[in-house]
Design a protein around this ligand. Sequence first.
Ligand code: NAD
Length: 354
Amino acid sequence: MKTLLVTGGAGFIGSCFVLQRIAAGDKVINLDKLTYSGNLMNLKDVESNPNYVFIHGDIGDEKLLRKVLPEYQPDAVVNFAAESHVDRSIVDPDSFVRTNVMGTSILLRCVKDWWNTLEAEKKSAFRFHHISTDEVFGTLSMTDPAFTEETKFAPNSPYSASKASSDHFVRAFHETYGLPTVITNCSNNYGPRQFPEKLIPLMTLNAIQGKPLPIYGSGENIRDWLHVEDHCEAIYDVLTRGRVGETYNVGGRSERNNITIVTKICEILDELRPRKDGKSYKEQITHVADRLGHDLRYAIDCSKIERELGWTPKHKFEDGLRETIEWYLNNSEWVESIQTGEYKNWLKTNYGSR
Ligand code: NAD
């Protein structure tokens, strides 16, 4: 790979991918709308690198895309851009349709039109890689087998419905127009630079800020967890060696329920930054009304990517969790930068004092 057009590269996973690819010597054009979760501080280590270009823009902006694609002639487009938070999708589904469905469709159409102008060799080497989620498959019982690439889509939240729709559009652009696409469906990511509306950073920061640790329902909901660096390596493997037109599941083989994770976060914090009153952070755990339509369990069978591409996760969950908590404790400037403004207002509107 030489030149990558990355969308949503200022977000949690996209920024990790950009940092990895710049370190490996690729050129990266990062097109990002900078919504509440897009943060250029995530990329300060590469901002003056000659191989890095930032474009402030929307994947739904056809005029911009028709200028950027011929100008930079990317070898691949990697689409991370999305509205990504289930709770927000319950409050405002339309914005998820706008970016995740309409935005992806416009991006695909512009990429397809430009790709059709390429000479044969570059055309066949080109890839459109769409980043998606295991949530498109719906929910599992405690005893169901894990999702495979053949599991039928059954999205339950507006977020997962919008991602499922975008996955279908990507597939359709391959089937209809021959666009060389690949899709990855990944489980819950964790790691540095994740916006603190998601479980691990929310609980870590609430704990040290003396706030309640709100757990939906009984906390029995199970997710599979994967370190963001492992996810980004999987994306690169699929992008460079995956079979065109295929989808690959990516997961950590690390199923944990929410209460186990929050308890573990408290134990790590008790050790790294003990409360002044000597009590455990577990005292701050509270149970709140369950999320509407809350999926019970996600589990992902990633044997296809392991078998075909030899990818396996490198991080052990408990070690990665500790390193992630340490990152949040050591990066107060980053935390302050995102805990002001829009995020604070959103939390106040939707969760009162939480
Ligand atoms: P994020 O919310 O941290 O980042 C999303 C980025 O997209 C932000 O930088 C935002 O500014 C940008 N963006 C939003 N709308 C845009 C638009 N219209 N045009 C251009 N840029 C726009 O999300 P994330 O957690 O990094 O997730 C990235 C992708 O990975 C998403 O597609 C998400 O569905 C998928 N995914 C996430 C997880 C997870 O656990 N976080 C798991 C599996 C898949």
